[in-house]
Write a protein that binds this ligand. Structure first.
Ligand SMILES: [Zn+2]
Length: 382
């Protein structure tokens, strides 16, 4: 008798939050098992490594892109760009072009973007995602699911995250039609960009869900023709909060009269300020200021430990100031302009919650996005 053929498909939709799906129909019939998953504190640069390794950021060492490390910073040669007028070098297109050149020069295979980090201080920072996360050996520390799949000789398909959703769908379909693989990881990134731009309340989000539904139905029917059983899982990394207030935290800290690079160093993500101190007075001044600043809170060491973000040698900041959900730092080192939706708030906030939807009951009871790693291992035997 011919052996039953089984294909497991994990479709990752960036920012498909539990709250984004609330009151919106999305493949209810095809995916009756629907779970809310706790996200991991940080941006996709932290969440995706956690999904791919089952580890917390403290363990895989991926978190926000930039961290203070003048000794290892590869960006010294870019410092002179700080002498050029900001109106030229800070234009989005120019920054993009420079990012691409740096990426090529250093042969980075990961997602690389200089964002809005000031060139004047760029030699003080290093970057955490130099390697492609979606290949064996892609982690700063630990093994990812692709290491395990390779070791177990599982024949699998994985999207090229650099390509469009259409192109990723077509590539997955091609491999499924050949019938050789037993596992496919489909990567879809556009939902995140859309939610940032229009916010989770927009009807454009509903339309985009319809689009995914249509595409995934087609993909499933192709898979069902080729395989006896197709096990489909749709998952995400985090949700999206609607921004209601922008605060110039960076400007206020700079107004304290301390010298950046001499007294302290800071980097400002969209939802957190991260600080390193060079003397006790500067630390006291910044702590006093942040304690009275309304719009967020200093995260204690216990809190950072609880959320898996207590890094060795305070790699990502000696002090982390996290904004309240819906409050955004503008301008920041991530961007100069306000935006409708943002994530990277506390993982306990409802808008941070991710999802796992499936057509079969997930093997163990998944609670956190790190459980997606264990799910894939159990699906593939890797
Ligand atoms: Zn995002």
């Amino acid at each position: 008798m011919k052996k039953k053929t089984v294909l497991s498909v994990v479709v990752f939709i960036d920012a498909l939050g539990w709250e984004v799906l609330r009151d919106r129909p999305f493949m209810e019939k095809e995916l009756p098992y629907r779970r809310k998953l706790k996200s991991v504190f940080g941006y996709s640069s932290a969440c995706i490594p956690s999904i791919l390794t089952g580890l917390m950021p403290r363990e895989h060492k991926h978190w926000s892109f930039f961290y203070y490390s003048p000794k290892t910073s590869p960006f010294g040669p870019l410092r002179w760009l700080g002498l050029l007028p900001a109106s030229i070098v800070n234009r989005g297109r120019v920054r993009n072009a420079i990012s691409q050149l740096v990426k090529k020069f250093y042969k980075y295979s990961g997602y690389f973007q200089l964002y809005n980090i000031p060139f004047k201080f760029i030699h003080l920072f290093d970057y955490c995602e130099k390697s492609d996360l979606f290949v064996p050996g892609g982690m700063n520390r630990g093994k990812n699911i692709f290491d395990h799949l390779q070791a177990a000789s599982v024949k699998y398909h994985v999207s090229n995250w650099r390509n469009s959703e259409e192109s990723n769908l077509a590539a997955a379909r091609d491999d499924i039609e050949k019938g050789q693989i037993t596992f496919a990881f489909l990567y879809m990134a556009s939902m995140d960009a859309l939610l940032h731009n229009v916010g989770k309340e927009s009807s454009q989000v509903t339309d985009k869900l319809k689009w995914y539904e249509e595409k995934l139905r087609t993909l499933m029917s192709v898979a069902n023709e080729k395989y006896d059983e197709v096990r489909l899982f749709v998952c995400s990394d985090h949700g999206m909060a609607t921004v209601y207030k922008n605060l110039n935290l960076m400007g206020e800290v700079e107004a304290l009269g301390l010298v950046f690079g001499k007294d302290y160093v800071a980097t400002y993500d969209s939802t957190m300020g991260r600080f390193w101190f060079h003397n006790a007075q500067a630390k006291q001044k910044i702590v006093d200021f942040l304690t009275s600043f309304k719009g967020g809170k200093i995260l204690s060491n216990e809190e950072l430990k609880r959320v898996g973000c207590d890094f060795e040698e305070s790699q990502y900041g000696e002090l982390i100031y996290l904004m309240d959900p819906g409050v955004m730092i503008v301008p920041s080192h991530m961007g100069e302009q306000p935006i409708t939706g943002m994530h990277g708030y506390h993982p306990d906030d409802a808008d941070s919650d991710a999802v796992l939807l499936s057509n079969v009951e997930p093997p163990a009871s998944p609670e956190c996005i790190t459980d997606i790693f264990r799910l894939i291992r159990s699906e593939t035997g890797a």
